[in-house]
Design a protein around this ligand. Structure first.
Ligand code: CO8
Length: 258
């Protein structure tokens, strides 16, 4: 598929994807959502870490496209929400780490996209918020589900009911992002983090992600049993043999992803 609104680069296991709709501060219209869905569905095995960011210096994603949503009736609104929620869930379920490098506005659907990623790091100029109720709607790309899980119900409800926009330092304080960097450092720091992940065993990272994602919604006994099953699966991999042999022989591990 030819992408009108996505730019991407592959570099030794790391893929950087930029959402690029400069006229609307990278707001997500249904074409972008379909392109994202296609992109995520066609990531090949060469990509071991995905970094998502916004094109330009001002915005990560300034939300869902309000000019498109303004024309929707109830079933169409529900369908638009379903499309966004589906592609964000696909991103969340990718078997590789996904880092959001939030370079500017992450509002509404932009904040929700960042939350579907495994890890968020931000530029000091980033701004976060769920301003939907000011438009007469609620967060519809799974923000009411993910925001309370990430930062707790109390602050999530404050953000969603007030629609207030918070700065990167506040997003760091409440745990919405892991780190804040100067704008010019952000992509380098994202690449550094991705490079650290690349050194480790890809299957182990995939199973750890599965254990965290699936375990989070289970009760303690089921979550611990799931982890135990996945932990056991590691011992069927060459990477486990290699990682432990390398440690015992005081040499760096050379993982093959098998
Ligand atoms: N949708 C469409 N166009 C947008 C959006 C958007 N979300 N955000 C910005 N733009 C456009 C502006 O209309 C403007 O276009 P133009 O130049 O043609 O007038 C251009 O981008 C530049 O924007 P501004 O001139 O407003 O730039 P400022 O620097 O003054 O302000 C802001 C930047 C603060 C980001 C401001 O543009 C803004 O408040 N944008 C809207 C933010 C927002 O409310 N986002 C949430 C949208 S709702 C949502 O995401 C719901 C997700 C769930 C959907 C469920 C489906 C049913």
């Amino acid at each position: 598929m030819e992408y009108q609104f996505l730019k991407f680069e592959h570099n030794e296991g790391i893929t950087v994807l930029k959402i690029s709709a400069p006229k609307s501060l990278n707001a997500l219209n249904s074409t972008i959502l379909k392109e994202l869905d296609d992109f995520v569905g066609h990531l090949d095995a060469q990509t071991r870490v995905l970094i998502i960011t916004g094109d330009g210096e001002k915005s990560f994603v300034a939300g869902a496209d309000i000019s498109e949503m303004a024309l929707l009736n109830e079933p169409q609104g529900q369908e638009f929400g379903r499309l966004g929620a589906q592609v964000f869930r696909r991103i969340e379920l990718l078997p590789i780490p996904v880092i959001a490098a939030v370079n500017g506005f992450a509002l509404g659907g932009g904040c929700e996209l960042a939350m579907a990623c495994d890890i968020r790091i931000a530029s000091s100029k980033a701004k976060f918020g769920q301003p939907e109720v000011g438009l007469g709607i609620i967060p519809g790309f799974s923000g009411t589900y993910r925001l309370p899980k990430l930062i707790g119900q109390g602050y999530a409800k404050e953000m969603i009911y007030t629609g207030k926009v918070i700065r990167a330092d506040e997003a760091l304080r409440i745990g919405l992002v892991n780190a804040v960097y100067e704008p010019e450092e952000l992509m380098g720091k994202a690449m550094e983090m991705a490079a650290m992940m690349l050194k480790n065993a890809a299957i182990a990272i995939r199973l750890a992600k599965q254990s965290i994602n699936e375990g989070y919604d289970l009760d303690a006994d089921d979550a611990i049993a799931l982890e135990n099953k996945l932990f056991g699966q590691c011992f069927a991999t060459k990477d486990q043999k290699e990682g432990m042999d390398a440690f015992l022989n005081k040499r760096p591990a050379a993982f093959t992803g098998e």
